[in-house]
Design a protein around this ligand. Structure first.
Ligand SMILES: C[S@@+](CC[C@H](N)C(=O)[O-])C[C@H]1O[C@@H](n2cnc3c(N)ncnc32)[C@H](O)[C@@H]1O
Length: 265
């Protein structure tokens, strides 16, 4: 297991950070050279250096070599399907109460961004079954997960198929859906979740939220349903220029979270 600060090895993903807050993801390969507008840096200059080392490009620019945080990786990796943004994944993990030991069924795997976050949250004693209906997305997610984590984490199982089918066979106490029509899974979630279990979904548009909220209401099997969105506004802190950034990501998706209730006997 690699620890913070360890030297970089060939095959690892490295984040090169330049002074002006520009960051580049590089997979280390001793036959390759990193190139940018401020010169070049052979990968052999990075391999063997401790994490955090400051290196110089051919034109004298400073580059700090770090292991990417999951958020750095998700925002810069070559994604296939749209990813869940780190700001939303963080809130989802808190409000769907994904904790060590949880059994999560997640769909669709997409690019695997949320899968990696869920795997960390459930820890060694938990389990994430991630389902993807498209072969090409599943293959791409596998590559991205391996490239970040070295291998598919032991607590993650990747399956190709329809989430509705998997829900009937895999035990879950949290069901997390980032797919266009989560309402189809609501009746099954109502059947398979234990009392207190959580259902959450992430949707980009209001009509989709209305439809899933109606399905949740119709099932009469859930309580404490909430829908919200997360704003993340970065600030520029540069001398006397202390202000919100001019640009921000204005909209990603709405999170809806709810919990299974048991009907009165
Ligand atoms: C927006 S992407 C998910 C992104 C993922 N959460 C991430 O962070 O990388 C939606 C994925 O759901 C898949 N999908 C849609 N309906 C599905 C279903 N019923 N069962 C399984 N996968 C499904 C799509 O093929 C697509 O890859």
């Amino acid at each position: 297991m690699t620890r913070t600060g360890d030297p970089f090895a060939e095959g690892e993903t490295c984040l090169l950070s330049c002074v002006k807050e520009r960051h580049y993801l590089v997979t280390l390969d001793r036959t390759q050279t990193f190139q940018f507008d401020k010169g070049t840096l052979p990968h052999t200059d990075i391999i063997g250096q401790p994490e955090g080392a400051t290196l110089r490009s051919s034109k004298g620019a400073s580059l700090v070599a770090l292991r990417p945080r999951l958020a750095d990786y998700v925002l810069r990796m070559k994604r296939g399907a749209a990813v869940m943004y780190p700001k939303d994944a963080g809130a989802l993990i808190t409000w769907a109460d994904i904790a060590p030991g949880c059994s999560v069924v997640e769909a669709g795997t997409g690019s695997g961004a949320l899968t990696l976050a869920l795997s960390r949250a459930v820890g060694d004693s938990g389990r994430v079954v991630s389902v993807e209906r498209r072969d090409d997305h599943a293959r791409h997610a596998l590559r991205l997960i391996e490239s970040f984590a070295g291998a598919v984490p032991e607590n993650v199982e990747l399956r190709v198929g329809e989430v509705e089918d998997v829900l009937l066979t895999a035990r879950s106490d949290r069901i997390i859906l980032d797919l266009p029509e989560p309402w189809h899974a609501v009746p099954i979630a109502a059947e398979v979740l234990p009392g207190g279990g959580g259902f959450a979904c992430y949707l980009p548009t209001v009509p989709q939220v209305e439809t899933v909220r109606q399905a949740i209401r119709d099932s009469r099997a859930f309580t404490g349903t909430e829908t919200f969105e997360i704003m993340h506004r970065s600030w520029t802190i540069d001398g006397r220029s202390v202000r919100p950034d001019h640009r921000m990501v204005g909209h990603t998706g709405f999170l809806t979270v709810t919990r299974r209730r048991l009907l009165a006997v």
